[in-house]
Design a protein around this ligand. Structure first.
Ligand SMILES: [Zn+2]
Ligand SMILES: [Zn+2]
Ligand SMILES: [Zn+2]
Ligand SMILES: [Zn+2]
Length: 459
């Protein structure tokens, strides 16, 4: 991290208080032209035009394949078990400047951002039940507080809904936002991650001082910054993200459309990988133990005051250390600061550490070998396997070759195989199992039936 500081050479338009994209072009704003190939969003912008008709001139197979390939591309994550920070402290910073009034994302950038952010908050706590989130905004050159750091999604959603009626105004200030985020993350414990996610619609940042000092301070405080741009790439954003992520350039992206924007926000709900160089804290903190309480729900005959809000409630959870009553879990005990969670919350974080392995595409040959006729998960029939004689005669061959030409990434036989249990699944089950249940139905049913290892054609 220190060396990335040293390599700063003061180039570019970012030395003034107001940084503006002078060029205006999307392509030109390379963070560093010499070390940069094509940005991810540039690749997706062009790929949609590369539609090719099938052999018989129909476009249906290709479109179906494209859709499947799209779903699949989203799915194919790196499934290597890595050390991840499952206790996260994330600050979401929304741009509330006048640039958010633009209507290039429908209905407006502002309203779409609020809708997506609400979805993001739900998903974030679904995926990271023992993490904390806070939301800030950037408006009229200032950073404003929308909701405080907390583990309760409803607080954030209520605050976001109120934001709908406000009008975006003025310029954003990245420096003010980062400084405020630093202050808010300063007291967070060292075992958790410190992340700042900025959604930036404007092409400028109106700062009171030198933002490079702030970047250095962020690195010192081991804050990782991620930025989603809504307009075009900006040099200073690329620099902030690169420097605070140890030189990794993948943390700054520009959303090309609504779908891409949503996807990028949702990607952030996966806990970040811990880098080996990450924290000094980690060195003397390796496998540090964290104290947690697992209270059970109690029901009371007479209402009593809760320690978190001071409301009269019947029942709740008693802190396992000091017996203070809290309404909801997960929470930090307001009296003794113990982290209180349910064991199911911990279990939900488990799949990030040991993800379900990706399923592989099944070739016609493999499908013939297995003879799979329907999806093991939902019993949807698969397309018929062309048999080898017909293929030679050319009747089924065309169908098969048309299928083979389906978009890159989609399986030619529309089947996906779990390599552990050997069952075949359709694309929808593939998506559902990897994104929602995080388990393989084939492996799970084998687990309950010892000795039934070869039941491939069952179903
Ligand atoms: Zn309460
Ligand atoms: Zn307590
Ligand atoms: Zn299925
Ligand atoms: Zn399986």
């Amino acid at each position: 991290m220190a060396d990335s500081d040293a390599e700063y050479d003061g180039e570019g338009p970012d030395e003034d208080d107001v940084m503006e994209v002078s060029d205006g072009g999307r392509r030109a704003m390379a963070s560093r032209p010499k070390e940069r190939a094509q940005a991810r969003w540039e690749a997706t912008a062009s790929s949609n035009w590369e539609l090719q008709e099938a052999a018989d001139g129909s476009i249906e197979g290709i479109l179906g394949g494209l859709e499947e390939a799209g779903k699949r591309k989203r799915l194919l994550k790196d499934t290597t078990p890595l050390q991840r920070g499952i206790i996260r402290h994330t600050l979401l910073v929304l741009d509330l400047s006048s640039a958010m009034l633009e209507k290039d994302l429908r209905p407006t950038r502002h309203l779409l951002t609020i809708n997506y952010t609400i979805m993001f908050v739900r998903e974030y706590f679904e995926q990271n039940p023992i993490s904390q989130l806070g939301i800030f905004g950037m408006r009229e050159g200032l950073a404003i507080r929308i909701s405080d750091m907390s583990g309760n999604p409803n607080d954030h959603i209520a605050a976001l809904k109120q934001l709908r009626s406000t009008e975006p105004k003025g310029n954003p200030s990245l420096q003010n936002a980062l400084d405020m985020a630093r202050a808010a993350l300063y007291h967070t414990p060292s075992h958790g991650t410190r992340e700042v996610v900025i959604v930036l619609g404007a092409l400028l940042s109106s700062d009171p001082g030198d933002i490079h000092d702030t970047i250095k301070a962020c690195i010192r405080d081991r804050i990782r910054v991620r930025i989603i741009g809504l307009a075009a790439q900006m040099h200073i954003c690329a620099e902030i993200c690169r420097k605070t992520n140890g030189g990794d350039e993948n943390y700054y992206n520009v959303a090309v459309d609504e779908v891409d924007y949503r996807q990028q926000l949702m990607d952030i709900t996966t806990p970040p990988v811990l880098r080996s160089t990450d924290t000094e804290a980690q060195k003397h903190n390796q496998a540090a133990l964290l104290m947690m309480g697992f209270p059970s729900r109690i029901v009371e005959e007479k209402p009593t005051l809760c320690a978190c809000h001071g409301n009269l409630t019947r029942g709740g959870y008693l802190c396992s250390r000091c017996k203070a009553k809290v309404c909801n879990l997960p929470a930090t005990c307001p009296t003794c600061d113990l982290t209180l969670i349910l064991s199911t919350h911990l279990a939900r974080s488990y799949h990030h550490l040991f993800p379900l392995r990706n399923w592989v595409e099944v070739s016609w040959t493999r499908a013939r070998q297995e003879g799979s006729i329907q999806c093991f998960g939902c019993l949807t029939p698969f397309p018929r396997i062309p048999n080898p004689q017909e293929a030679v005669n050319g009747t089924e061959h065309d169908v098969a070759s048309a299928r083979t030409k389906r978009a890159e990434g989609a399986s030619e036989s529309s089947r996906y195989e779990c390599e552990t249990c050997g069952q075949h699944f359709c694309i929808d089950c593939d998506v559902f199992c990897h994104e929602v249940v995080h388990n393989c139905p084939g492996c799970q049913s084998n687990a309950h039936l010892p000795g039934n290892q070869n039941g491939h054609d069952a179903g």
